[in-house]
Write a protein that binds this ligand. Structure first.
Ligand code: SF4
Ligand code: SF4
Length: 92
């Protein structure tokens, strides 16, 4: 089974993952619903943090199209595929 994870401290809320995913793995939620998250300073130096963050709602549905892996500002998406190989997002 494929698993998808988002490191919320690095998620800028850019919505790119939600917008490009063909199978609705991600949902945007207000940042306060994630608890007391301290935004990552290295990401904040490059991008603005918005009012929402991305939540994985259907990681098992991921078809490994890799679209989100190139669109993630925070470089905070990790996908482990069926063979256990780890794929880390790297912003284009
Ligand atoms: S790699 Fe998976 S989670 Fe990412 S956009 Fe494609 S289907 Fe969605
Ligand atoms: S693409 Fe990355 S930084 Fe942007 S909302 Fe999704 S997880 Fe967060």
């Amino acid at each position: 089974m494929v698993t998808v994870d988002v490191q919320h401290a690095k998620c800028t809320g850019c919505t790119h993952c939600r917008d490009v995913c063909p199978v609705t793995v991600f949902e945007m939620n207000p940042r306060e619903t994630f608890g007391d998250i301290v935004d990552d300073t290295s990401v904040a130096a490059k991008f603005q943090f918005r009012a929402e963050k991305s939540k994985v709602i259907a990681g098992a549905d991921c078809i490994m199209c890799e679209a989100c892996l190139f669109e993630c500002e925070g470089e905070c998406i990790t996908i482990v595929d069926d063979e256990g190989k780890v794929h880390q997002s790297t912003y284009k």
